[in-house]
Write a protein that binds this ligand. Structure first.
Ligand code: PLP
Length: 371
């Protein structure tokens, strides 16, 4: 007979999922109720308010897509991009490449602005691309590039886009809850995130928020959205404000309890305190890594506190180190991704996992394995 699955208790310091706060796991185990139950609907309304707080916006549309971060990405692209459109896509890592795929699959033309992996998006190059492509409809970029640990200047990029009458699609999967993100003040238009990074929630949901002007574009499309499941015109029949909620799909009830609890935790801590905590523990980890002779991939000033990519020292076997950390210390760190595979380790300090004990555990374990 196959036995029940009992996972080991790990310390998750990779690129996500991060350690889940036990309060969130407990919330998830509460009784399943109907996804149109009045009590559930009340919880959904609260969640929308909590998401607005997390995103720092007052946009009416703030909701979780019932699928992981990639589905949030697709929600933004399939709803805003139509065949024949031109979209400027910034790529400085893996996830900009995924945006390009999305644009192409919508039958639109991506104009790529490429930067070195490990650097922030170059605002000047983006300005040149906007000037050279006055017919571009959207500027898409990743705020926090998880594959390298680089943070781009979302505020400056959004300002540029507005000046050139473009909407923005912004990936905040790794930034939400971990570093400054002010969707409303910065005027970002279509923003998606994930639950499994700095919100410390279980994976599987993708919070999104849309500005009014982005929503107008969705409502006035020339073509039907090619994805039935992700078509906001339909999803908003369930998540939209006001009126009666109608069945669209069976919402992942218990996973939504988990997200609600994660957002309550963020509210309790205060978002600015959460950003400060990530910065503080990053500084400690950085000091330890530098003392061990490990070099950061991303230059200071463009670095994410929550994702620390360091170059694997010469002669050290990547997989052997990660295996020892996992088997001897129950510690997960991340491998390199895409062009950086085999060249870097990615050490996450995300959400609940971003604490003093984990910094010390990680430094102690890495020092032991590398010496
Ligand atoms: N965008 C970024 C920046 C990510 O880091 C990830 C996942 O790591 C995604 C998108 C995709 O999210 P998911 O794996 O939840 O589909």
């Amino acid at each position: 007979m196959t036995q029940s699955f009992h996972p080991p208790v790990r310390t998750l310091m990779g690129p996500g999922p991060s350690d889940v706060n036990p309060r969130i796991l407990e919330a998830m185990s509460r009784p399943t109720i109907g996804h149109l139950d009045p009590m559930f609907v009340q919880m959904m309304d609260e969640m929308k308010g909590l998401l607005r707080y997390a995103f720092q916006t007052d946009y009416d549309l703030a909701m979780p897509v019932s699928a992981p971060g990639s589905a949030g990405m697709e929600t933004c692209f399939v709803n805003l991009v139509e065949p024949g459109d031109k979209v400027i896509v910034c790529q400085n890592g893996v996830f900009g490449g995924r945006m390009k795929e999305n644009v192409e699959r919508c039958g639109a033309t991506p104009v790529m602005v490429e930067d070195e992996w490990g650097r922030a998006v170059d605002v000047h190059k983006v300005e040149d691309a906007l000037k050279a492509n006055p017919d571009a409809k959207i500027l898409a970029f990743v705020h926090a590039e998880t594959s390298t640990g680089a943070m781009s200047d979302a505020k400056a990029l959004a300002e540029l886009a507005r000046r050139h009458d473009c909407l923005t699609i912004v990936d905040t999967v790794t930034s939400l809850g971990g570093c400054e993100l002010k969707v409303g003040e910065w005027g970002l238009d279509a923003v998606y995130s994930g639950t499994q990074k700095c919100l410390s929630c279980v994976p599987g949901l993708s919070p999104v928020t849309f500005s009014e002007r982005a929503l107008e574009v969705v409502k006035n499309r020339r073509h039907k959205v090619q994805s039935w499941f992700l078509d906001l015109n339909l999803v908003l029949g369930y998540w939209g404000s006001g009126g009666k909620r109608a069945y669209h799909h069976t919402a992942p009830v218990n996973t939504l309890y988990a997200l609600h609890e994660a957002l309550v935790l963020l509210q309790e801590e205060g978002i600015e305190n959460a950003w400060t905590r990530h910065r503080k523990h990053h500084e400690a980890l950085k000091a330890g890594f530098e003392a061990m002779g490990l070099n950061f991939v991303v230059p200071e000033g463009e670095r994410l506190p929550q994702l620390n990519a360091v170059t694997i020292p010469e002669g050290v076997e990547d997989a052997a180190v990660r295996t020892r950390l996992l088997t001897e210390y129950n510690l997960e760190i991340g491998a390199g991704l895409g062009a950086l595979a085999g060249k870097v380790w990615r050490v996450g300090l995300m959400g609940f996992a971003c604490n003093r004990t984990n910094v010390l555990t990680c430094l102690g374990a890495m020092d032991a394995v590398l010496s």
